[in-house]
Design a protein around this ligand. Sequence first.
Ligand code: AMP
Ligand code: MG
Length: 940
Amino acid sequence: METNKKRGGAKNSLLKRWLDKKNKKGSQQVTGNQTPGIRKRPEANKAPLSYGQQRLWFLQQLNPDNPFYNYAENYLLEGALDKQHLADAFQDLIKQHEILRTCFVQDDNSQLSQHIQPSMPLLMEFFDLCNISEEERTHKAGQIAFQEAEKPFDLEKGPLMRVALIKLANHRHLMLICMHHIITDKWSMRIVRKDLSQFYTARSKGQALSVNPPTVQYADFAYWQRKQEVSQKELAYWKNKLEGSLPVLNLPVDRQRNGNPDYKGAYLPQSLPFDLSVALKALSKQLGTTPFVLLLTAYKILLHRYSGQIDLLIGTPITDRDQRVLEEMIGFFNNTVVLRSDLSGDPPFSSLVQQVRQTTLDAFSHKNTPFEEIVRSLKPERYTSSNPLFQAMFLYHKVPESPSFGPTLQISHQPFDLGVAKFDLTLYISEEDDQLKAIFEYATDLFERSTIEQMQGHLQTLLQGIVKDPNTPISQIPILTEPERKKLISDWNNTATTLPDASNIQGFFKQHAQQQPEAPAVICQGEVLTYGQLDEQSDCLAIQLRKAGLSQNQGVGLCAGRSFDMIIGIWGILKAGGAYIPIDPEYPTDRIRFMLKDAKASIILTEARYRELFSDQQAELLLIQDLANTPSDNVELPNVAIDHHAYIIYTSGSTGLPKGVPVTHRNLIHSTAARFDFYPNQPGRFLLLSSFAFDSSVVGLFWPLCTGGAIVLPPKRIEQDVDQLAGLIAEHEVTHTLMLPSLYRLLLQYAAAEQLASLNTVMVAGEACSAVLCGLHFETLPQADLFNEYGPTEASVWCTAHQIQPEDAVGSIPIGRPIANTQIYILDQHLQAVPAGISGELYVGGIGVTQGYLNRPDLTEERFIPDPFSQAAGAKLYKTGDLARYRSDGLIDFLGRADHQVKIRGYRIELDEIRERILQQDGISEAVVVARAEANHPKF
Ligand code: AMP
Ligand code: MG
């Protein structure tokens, strides 16, 4: 590669000094030692392998049939071609260069050496495609070239070069030259072309050019290189740069690799617009650097934006041809240097360029340590891979002019996809007449072509942004193309629907209570509470609460088991204009005390059996049954406003205390009404499994009673008895239920399918849903629809949903798309939308987003941020802490948490809350909390 020949802006630099040294005639000083130049090796037919050759040999032994180190170039020959002259010219070439007559032999003592043969046959095949249709011809030519390029070579016997000549038409031929990389490199191919052209032209003139092999050949270089001492100073530089555990580039992939890479690949070229090419070159000059450094910096930014990583290592090949005599030599001279950059602190592009420039100069001035020596001394874990230190590669190459093959024959280089990728991702920039072309070579076991097409678009947008303003911080340089941005920000969030005209949730219930007073509203332990009874009793309760002094929008502690009282209590509080604060009777008293105090609840409603729990509370304690059965005396109930709170749910808080999330009637109406259209079936009987202290209960509490269905309340701890659970579903002909995926899996595994036959709508939520569960569902209950619902308490229960399809049952199960009146943005740390396929944090906007935490302005400000994408005044986005990514079709994948929050049997827990509590104990100064799955624990 020619990069190291560039000089732009590198005055006084190490690179310049190195270049000057290199250009000194006969320069031989490579390591610090005084070394004589390359001379003829002592043994004519034998030499050790160069370091580079040894690495390739070793990798080839590890993957014996893999053609990943085949090196092929494809040329188009236009004009009159003489096949015989071409074959003769190749024979001349083989005579001229020993390396084309070399093979690699391991003797009985495992001693490896290269053997130079006096002669080597020319492998040249001829294919005539003139007689087939044009369409077929192109296809067939590609196929032949590919097959030829893929055939393995026998390193031990040779020949290691193969030529295929494909006749397309009378004056049109394709010529594929394929060699094992161990005998060639990109630079060598220029010599191959040049020498071939001279031999061919001479032969065409009928004057065989006398072959005059140079005195010094590749084997002499290898012998000389092996005699050099490795500079300890250079090695120390690399150790300092690369020691320790190196980050593995974490690019978002379309498929996880299982096992070792297969090195299969493809490439995708795209020319940059001419104006952009010119502007990039001008900018590199302006910034005092080279296009190589400028484009490498852009590539680093692209990888950073894709991976979120700031410590980035990219490899780049550099030639070992340090001496004049090597410049005319065919052979493998590639050494690899690793360019490591620190992208932390969001620097402007222009300063990152300077950092990369310095790193590049330093690396190039320490380039004489063979890569394998560095690898050997660092002993990285991935020793057997072709890329133990880095996963991405960068090349910048100026396309050389093609030599003349005489007046009647034109030769031009044809890009050729060998179907190989030695690295996960390589960006190859080629420059031809000021025009830049970006080529991505990618591992096909990781990436889809469409992903790389998208990446090409991002690279171009990024480069345009850089040219526009090189002082932009790297986080702010756009990468999304305009159509992509529109899709992510607007099209996929185009969910606006009219909210039902209601100012509070109870209106929906009231309507059904009036229409069907006899219909069951709640079924519990074999008893039924009708709509009429529930309406009347909750009215009475509401009136009594008003009498007890409950003011509007105030929180009321509600402590109840799974009973009619719980439902009566909820509706009574709502009708009185209050917000219910659910208190699980099993909560520790400290927690109960904190919640009531935090929410300034002056009234607690409970059942007689839990009275004792509140003996030391200041708040007034009232029994639901007492109030619900006190006849009402026509007191008017208030008009509850849409902005008033309906409930306040407490969730785990990382500071050691739970935090209250007030949810308004607007939020709740939105959350409930969004189900009316989304779900094909409205609930007939809804089995409510979640504790009402969690917002996953809100579905079952409100949806059925706002649509005329009934709630089935199970006995306590039914989750631990699958038979009983299934029995209950069968007995009450339950149609709908929502549960944790882990519980649903147990149900499907252990219950008889007949018992679940009444179910038509199953929702799983709260935790990631697995493909195994989906498979099991479609096997067992194909008649029921299965939905994955996602959402945090702060955004009112659900934000996205997906009706799972049988074909989803592979890989990860999406959480779907935003529900009505909801926007989902997947953003990076700098609130920039990340492209589809890339992981970011999920932010929620829309009507479901609540106003923030109770009494926690600091935390509210941190998690509820101004919505940068909305025109509406005061619109907020909730920052969920969940990681997610968009698929290319707009479905969203959940990818886990960005923090230490976990779900344990559906309970949302901040591990830091536990840690803080532990640290409050005397004598404890450090604590770490981890969540572990215990084998003997039920997993739900
Ligand atoms: P909560 O506020 O208790 O409803 O918990 C909300 C959190 O549960 C979300 O932020 C996610 O981390 C997780 N969660 C909820 N639904 C899902 C789902 N369908 N798949 C994966 N995780 C989920
Ligand atoms: Mg929830």
